[in-house]
Design a binder for this molecule. Sequence first.
Ligand code: ADP
Length: 479
Amino acid sequence: MRIMQVTAEATPYVKVGGLADVAGALAGDLAALGCEVELVLPRYRCVAALGLDLSQAEGVAFPLAGRTVTAGVERLARADGVTVTLVDAPWAFDRDGVYDDPKTHEGHPDNPERFACFARAVAELIARDPPDLVHAHDCHAALLPGLLRLVVPPARPVKTVLTIHNLAYQMLSTPRVLFDIGFSRDWFRPMSPLEFHGGANFIKAGIHFADLLTTVSPRYAEEIQTPEYGCGLDGLLRERAALLHGVLNGIDTAVWDPATDPFLPARYSAADLSGKWQCRRELLRRARLPQGARAPLVGMVGRLAEQKGLDLLAAAAPELARLGLRFVILGSGQQKYHRLLRALTEAFPERFAVFQGFDDEMAHWIEAGSDFFLMPSRFEPCGLNQMYSMRYGSIPIVHRVGGLADTVTDYDESADEATGFAFAAPRADLLLAKARSALALYRDDGSRLAVMRRGMARDFSARRAAEQYLDLYNRIVVS
Ligand code: ADP
């Protein structure tokens, strides 16, 4: 099967969040499963700077705002069989920051125009040489299923899958952006596929036109059909529920393996954890926190955004500090959360250490060196860090929502099967109750090691997810 994966991020080329890990791993795993895979990305400035061994391919011309514009196309043929295609539209992508201006931390104001242009260029590539299936990821590629109705002859339709990695990001714009790339005004009448409260909504268009919809965990697939988590699209998702599948994200078990991880000061396995204790000591030293095994060390890594529940951490912080827990936190994102974290380190310098910025190595260090890993997310489509943390023997403490609910088995409910702690609602008092349970477990070495080792043995490999996707593709592609 010839499959085109279209995404705004993919490892190892460009990463902002979990989308990159998932899309990057999926391309390689599908190739290993025998598919012919093309991975299509914008040629961002940061990707151009990687110095990849690219070859020029024929560019594409397409109408944009009444003019004909061209985009360059560059290709990389990888040893694993994946072809990487970069779409080069310098006005849209030759700048600093993937989605946000790094100086202001605000989104680029022309993001809808940038990604509409990307989707339009990719549609042209598809029309030229249609694959069996196009898999579009998130709002950045979500216009493709609709665009293909315009550019591919109806006699030879290309099947489309849209994966919603995070419904909170929908890409809203003025309708003009859609008309500029060729969508008809007829599709923009109230309640029609492209219209959303008088504006355009890329993800809504994708949900409407895709042949199959997926999201990144079974629980999130249910949640987004409710008003609480549906971000205004729950009605449409309920209508299309028969096409919507939850495929739990997997992790790259080669990159995230404590037995071989080149970032770590020491390596370890479930059979011999001595390297983990060394990682812990080194992490405490780097974080300038007091050494000592009496108090557990809790790690956090993530985007600093409202979704991630940092307000719950802040509300619980004085009591968490009083209980003796220590925290190492790595994150980048909104300024108000940077300020909040700085305030915690000032109020409790012996308890909170914060690393600000995006730092792959430090993310690995925190997974390895922590005793527990906290994810108080208000919502979480899947979450990868809790899976990394289980694999690294850091026991997750999570809000039981979305993919966190699907991956972490709570100790207080089922001690014999537990892999972590899960609190039932996004409330600081419930987080604190779980922190107390975690502290009690920490002091019971036998039980703690059993929970750690159970988590380390869980199979979260991305290969399983790729097999599920292939199964879904086979349902809609008639060979
Ligand atoms: P999301 O996609 O919502 O950001 P996920 O947990 O699904 O959250 O994935 C986040 C990914 O990005 C993980 O691989 C995580 O380690 C990584 N990450 C997030 N923030 C940082 C950071 N500041 N430094 C290094 N890695 C980070």
